[in-house]
Design a protein around this ligand. Structure first.
Ligand SMILES: [Fe+2]
Length: 189
C-alpha cells in the first residue's frame, strides 16, 4: 500500500509566504506550542495558483512541531475528515533527519476512543505493541502523506522540526490519497 508520494512543486524554497510565522510570527506563545493552525493566506502564492488551477481548495493548514522536548507524537490516525483515507501535503522546516513511519493495526479492538487535538481535530492513538511497521520515509519537502492509517514521526536529531500540513478538497468533496496523488502526478518524483 502506498502511503507517501514525494513531489517537486517548483514553487521556490517554501510553501509559506513568510517562514517567520513558524518561529514568532503573530504569536510569541508559539515558542511553547506543539500544534497550531495557519490560514490559507499564510501560504506561498505560487502554491495557491497551482491548486486554484486544479480547482482545489484549502480546508485547513496546521503546524506540528517536534524537538528534544517532544521527540515524537504517539502513534495515531488523523481523523479530522473521517477515517481510513486522509491525505495531506506536508512541508518540513528545520530538521529533515526524522523518519515518518506508518503502521498496520494488528487488532482494531486496541483502538482508543477518539480524542481531540489542540486545534479541535479528531485523532486515535495506538500502543506500539498493537501495530506493526509497514513503511517509512524521510519527508524531504513536499510530500503527500496518508494520515488515515497509524503513523508517527521520530525526531532524535536534537533540532526542531516544524511540519506544515495542508488538507485540500475539490469542490465540496474530500479527496482520497489516490485522487490527491493523481492531481499532483505531474509533480511526482
Ligand atoms: Fe498525524
Amino acid at each position: 500500500m502506498k502511503v507517501y508520494q514525494h513531489l517537486d512543486l517548483d514553487i521556490g524554497p517554501s510553501i509559506l509566504a513568510d517562514d517567520r510565522i513558524l518561529y514568532a510570527g503573530k504569536n510569541p506563545a508559539l515558542a511553547t506550542s506543539w500544534h497550531w493552525t495557519l490560514t490559507t493566506q499564510d501560504l506561498n502564492s505560487r502554491f495557491l495558483e497551482i491548486i486554484n488551477n486544479k480547482l482545489l481548495q484549502v480546508i485547513h493548514v496546521e503546524v506540528f512541531k517536534t524537538n528534544f522536548l517532544n521527540q515524537s507524537w504517539s502513534i495515531h490516525i488523523d481523523a479530522d475528515n473521517g477515517l481510513g483515507d486522509v491525505p495531506k501535503i506536508n512541508w518540513v522546516y528545520g530538521s529533515q533527519d526524522c523518519p515518518m513511519i506508518w503502521y498496520k493495526e494488528k487488532d482494531t479492538r486496541q483502538r482508543t476512543a477518539q480524542k481531540t487535538t489542540a486545534t479541535g481535530t479528531g485523532y486515535y492513538t495506538f500502543d506500539a505493541d498493537s501495530v506493526e511497521e509497514i513503511a517509512r520515509t524521510f519527508v524531504k519537502t513536499p510530500t503527500i502523506i496518508q494520515s488515515g492509517i497509524p503513523h508517527t514521526v521520530i525526531n532524535n536529531s536534537g533540532k526542531t522540526r516544524w511540519c506544515v500540513s495542508i488538507v485540500l478538497k475539490k469542490g465540496d468533496d474530500l479527496l482520497t490519497f489516490e485522487q490527491l496523488v493523481n492531481e499532483f502526478k505531474d509533480y511526482a518524483v
